[in-house]
Design a protein around this ligand. Structure first.
Ligand code: EPZ
Length: 432
């Protein structure tokens, strides 16, 4: 168990550049298996999920090296059997379904882990691959897929625009025999990023970023390799913006087009922050002495809607704002597990199913809280920046899955925030 100590009440100031997006890096790592030539990913942060992906790649026999922020891969025969450890460590293990099926002809994947946001089925991944000719067997805690010969092209409609399933089926179709059409696809920027990577390696994908993808299949592995710097992490960028809103001060987020998080920046602006958007960066400023405005009624949705991963961060901003607010998450049933932590900080927020009801106007104070998941944990750290006194966030390992060093990032902006050394943490281990 790691502990993060936050002492609130200090305004932030400075500039920060988010690393490459976790949710782009993870599918790209898996997609390297589809390439017949070496690949390089640049600017890769040392996240726990990245390390779990590298461990998964090594466990199946892939040639992979992580050095100086770059991941280098080289083609090599691999096994389709994914060990339970890396599979359970993250949701991103589902991205290996299609690549291992293509590379090894079969895949056995223990059901993926990741944040407990409620049920996270993978039926669309499996149904789409089955439509392409894969034989799919579901077991109690694993799935096994087999193909005989090449997968065949499909005209397939996703029953909902799942990000992960779009990536799975896009990768599979890029290596199938013939021309596929995927309808009802997710449009998140990470899809276009993955399509650009695959196209650089020889795939023929058109329409990424729209609901209809037209994909010419290679009938096997992609002939080339690719070198790419994945897009910046829009959720990390939103975290820094939320931190500026909670603590007050002025933070510029560099190297991240504001269009990647427009609904979140519009929300901060409506709450009373001064948001200055430029082509490739943006600034969020707030007078720490002036209370924010509540009265928000937010509802998350697929791109270009209000990103579900930013919902707990928005809630953190609204806890002390003047006026009641609501946040509804349309994607995940248990998005607001961080509510217990918000309550310990002095906010009267209540989670009712997919809705979070926030009375607003809370005078937040430090407390001992627990990170329930990745973004909920980041939201607790962010809220604590605006709380009086010391907050201790116990984290069983969620936050490092998505941020290499969130306390370090915030400290660089002037926050009093740090990971406690193990000896210090031992002294406070009796804190609930
Ligand atoms: C990705 O998850 C991200 N994870 C999530 O980020 C993010 O919250 C989510 O997309 C939505 O933007 C990764 O990229 C690793 P979905 P994913 O498939 O692909 C349902 C973070 O904190 N569904 O778009 O799992 C599903 O239950 C994480 O960085 C099915 O029913 O999300 C959910 O309600 C958390 N059947 C909805 O679709 C399926 O086969 C959207 O999920 C697949 C999904």
């Amino acid at each position: 168990m790691e502990w993060i100590e936050v002492t609130g009440g200090r305004p932030l100031a400075g500039r920060i550049r988010p690393a490459a997006a976790k949710n782009s890096v993870l599918p790209l790592l898996a997609a390297t298996l589809l390439c017949a030539q070496p690949c390089t990913l640049r600017g890769v942060p040392p996240l726990a999920d990245v390390r779990a992906s590298l461990a998964l790649l090594e466990a199946v026999g892939a040639a992979v090296r992580f050095a100086g922020g770059c991941v280098y891969t080289a083609p090599r025969p691999v096994s389709g059997r994914v060990p339970p450890g890396p599979a359970a460590a993250m949701r991103g293990s589902v991205f290996y379904l299609a690549p291992l099926l293509m590379r090894a002809g079969r895949v056995e994947l223990p059901l993926p882990g990741g944040c407990c946001l409620g049920p996270r089925p993978i039926d669309i991944h499996l149904d789409g691959l089955s439509a392409m000719g894969a034989h799919v067997e579901t077991r109690p805690a694993a799935v096994a897929l087999l193909r005989r010969g090449a997968l065949h092209a499909v005209d397939y409609t996703l029953r909902l625009p799942s990000v992960g399933a779009t990536l799975t089926l896009m990768m599979a179709a890029a290596c199938a025999q013939g021309h596929s059409i995927l309808r009802g696809a997710a449009c998140e920027p990470e899809i276009a990023d993955a399509a650009a990577f695959l196209n650089a390696a020889g795939a023929q994908i058109e329409g990424a970023g729209t609901p209809v993808l037209r994909i010419g299949g290679a009938g096997g592995l992609l002939p080339g390799g690719a070198c790419r710097t994945p897009l910046p992490d829009r959720i990390a960028a939103a975290t820094y913006a939320a931190a500026a809103a909670c603590a007050g001060g002025c933070v510029t987020v560099e190297g991240c087009p504001p269009a990647l998080l427009e609904p979140f920046l519009n929300f901060l602006s409506a709450a009373g922050c001064t948001v200055t958007a430029r082509a490739g960066d943006f600034t969020v400023a707030r007078d720490p002495a002036a209370p924010l405005r509540g009265g928000a009624a937010l509802c998350t949705g697929a791109w270009p809607g209000f990103a579900t991963d930013t919902a707990p961060l928005a809630a953190a901003v609204l806890l002390a704002a003047q006026g009641a607010s609501t946040v509804h998450d349309s994607l995940f049933e248990n998005r607001f597990a961080c509510t217990a932590g918000f309550a310990a900080l002095g906010a009267g927020a209540q989670a009712r199913g997919r809705d979070l009801v926030i009375p607003g106007g809370a005078a937040l104070h430090g407390a001992a809280v627990t990170a329930p998941d990745l973004r909920g944990g980041a939201a607790l750290v962010t809220a604590a920046l605006g709380a009086a006194g010391r907050t201790l966030v116990a984290d069983p390992g969620h936050i490092r899955r998505g941020y290499a060093d969130l306390p370090g990032d915030l400290a660089a902006l002037g926050a009093r925030c740090r990971y406690l050394a193990p000896q210090e943490a031992e002294k406070i281990v009796e804190v609930p």
